[in-house]
Design a protein around this ligand. Structure first.
Ligand code: GAR
Length: 197
């Protein structure tokens, strides 16, 4: 069985879209793949309830617990690795996981670590993508699924979706339009990788 471990920090709507696609498209039968675990760095992440309702094992590892550590990021990532590795994941999927990862963590999951970012990368890496796209006068915005490399929001692009930026759009309106497309391209990109084996 190919295990997929999903990391979240918030609402987890992308995670839910992946879980639903796995059920709808019978990933267990087709690809011998399943969402094996959902891990959050925040205990209040809304997505945890969805995962539990779907009988998916969950774990919470709070980054705040590592604040006093001499090297908090390295210590957090090492602890995260020890939660993930027992699943021997085929893919580790970042789905709204709002953490900057250490190069060592990224290297450990080389080629198996995916992210979705709410912009048409390489434009607007980082935060506040929708505000920045509106501010810049972009006519189009979108989302990108990419492999994770040590450089934030970079790495080989696997899928993109484009949406229009409409006159008078607020950042929230644009975010909602982009998110709908995220829910389509993320499961599709993962299925493509499962198919390729
Ligand atoms: C999504 O829009 C995702 O692209 C973004 O956070 C949102 C999470 O929503 N990720 C990033 O900004 C990563 N840099 P979700 O929790 O409902 O899936």
């Amino acid at each position: 069985m190919k295990n997929i471990v999903i990391l979240i920090s918030g609402g987890g709507s992308n995670m839910a879209a992946i879980v639903k696609a796995a059920q709808r498209d019978a990933w267990e039968d087709k690809y011998q793949a399943r969402v094996a675990a959902v891990i959050s760095n925040r205990a209040d992440a809304g997505g945890l309830a969805f995962a539990r309702e779907h009988a998916i094992p969950t774990a919470v590892l709070s980054h705040q617990d590592f604040a006093q550590h001499a090297q908090p990021r390295e210590a957090f990532d090492a602890a995260l690795q020890t939660l993930i590795d027992p699943y021997q994941p085929f893919l580790v999927v970042l789905a709204g996981f709002m953490r900057i990862l250490t190069p060592g963590f990224v290297q450990h999951y080389d080629q198996r670590l995916l992210n979705i970012h709410p912009s048409l990368l390489p434009a607007f890496a980082g935060l506040h993508t929708h505000e920045r796209a509106i501010e810049a006068g972009c006519r189009y915005a979108g989302a990108t699924v990419h492999r994770v490399t040590a450089e934030l929001d970079h790495g080989p692009i696997l899928a993109q979706a484009v949406v229009p930026v409409l006159p008078g759009d607020t950042a929230d309106q644009l975010a909602a339009r982009v998110l709908t497309q995220e829910h389509r391209i993320y499961p599709a990109a993962i299925a493509e990788l499962l198919r390729a084996g």
